[in-house]
Design a protein around this ligand. Structure first.
Ligand SMILES: C[S@@+](CC[C@H](N)C(=O)[O-])C[C@H]1O[C@@H](n2cnc3c(N)ncnc32)[C@H](O)[C@@H]1O
Length: 268
């Protein structure tokens, strides 16, 4: 029996013919929901850039800090776009630790990510996973989980954490649709791959990802800032993941090593 047939976490109908960003990222974070082909890509990325797993961990830590920040501002509902395979410190865990009534909708188009999220959330009435392409904004925004769990007349925390660079060049209308759907007082958190910093700018990174379901489109600082259109960046503005509201004792990380742009915006 092949590895794919054996693994009971693989939902029927999942396209496993090509590696996926969700499963590569899971491997880099030390998870178990990945296949040999995903691991091979992850290892190729690590051979090009040994810091790639560190970048992924810092990204995850940023996500948790951004969610806590939004909770501190009174946000009690989150739409997590490109949420990935659940790992430690998922959004609903961070949010419901602060307020058990906090609501979360996870969105991903990768069936393993969605199936695993649903399994984890089966006894959680305040969180759900939606299988959808985030660029189909109308489908996401009118979906059953969004309609039943999120109240769009109240502030929402939009999470676009390492998702923008998987979306093709003309991505601004996608971000604009989510912005327009949420009320003032909402927040948007973004992390985004760029070639502006040394750590992930090797062209072999993008080349390697071409063999997967998820090609990447790194963006410049100005292009990432444009995704915040209609939001006011909170302090310290657009920085890199480890340097956004670092934990009290964390050392500043050189952006050249940190690699991902990171910021949080407020919709006035
Ligand atoms: C690197 S993972 C990030 C997971 C999580 N947001 C984080 O930063 O920890 C990127 C995720 O985006 C998902 N993804 C990429 N393009 C997508 C799309 N168009 N619609 C929905 N999900 C997408 C992938 O399946 C993957 O799970």
């Amino acid at each position: 029996m092949s590895e794919q047939e054996e693994a009971d976490w693989i939902p029927p109908g999942a396209d496993l013919s090509r590696p996926s960003a969700a499963r590569i990222y899971d491997y880099l974070l030390g998870g178990a929901h990945n296949l040999a082909a995903d691991r091979a890509v992850a290892q190729r990325l690590e051979a090009i850039q040994p810091q790639v797993a560190t970048v992924a961990r810092r990204n995850r830590a940023f996500l948790r800090r951004a969610v806590r920040f939004m909770l501190g501002q009174g946000v009690r509902q989150f739409l997590d776009l490109g949420s990935g395979i659940p790992t430690v410190g998922n959004v609903h865990e961070v949010a419901q630790e602060v307020d058990p009534g906090a609501r979360v909708v996870y969105v991903d188009y990768e069936p393993v990510a969605v199936a695993h999220s649903r399994m984890l959330l089966k006894d959680n009435p305040n969180a759900a996973a939606l299988e959808a392409d985030v660029t189909d904004t109308a489908a996401v925004l009118t979906s059953e989980p969004v309609r039943t769990l999120l109240d769009l007349t109240e502030p929402v925390g939009l999470l676009a954490i390492t998702i923008g660079h998987y979306l093709p060049p003309d991505v601004r209308p996608v971000f604009a649709a989510y912005r327009d759907a949420v009320t003032s007082g909402s927040y948007l958190a973004i992390t985004h791959l760029t070639n502006d910093f040394a750590v992930l700018s090797d062209p072999r990174v993008a080349e390697t990802m071409r063999s997967t379901q998820d090609r990447i489109f790194p963006r410049t600082r100005d292009e990432v800032l444009a995704l915040f259109d209609g939001f006011e960046l909170v302090e310290p503005g657009l920085t890199t993941s480890a340097n956004w509201h670092p934990d009290r004792l964390a050392a500043v990380v050189d952006p050249e090593e940190d690699g991902l742009y990171a910021g949080v915006g407020f919709k006035p």
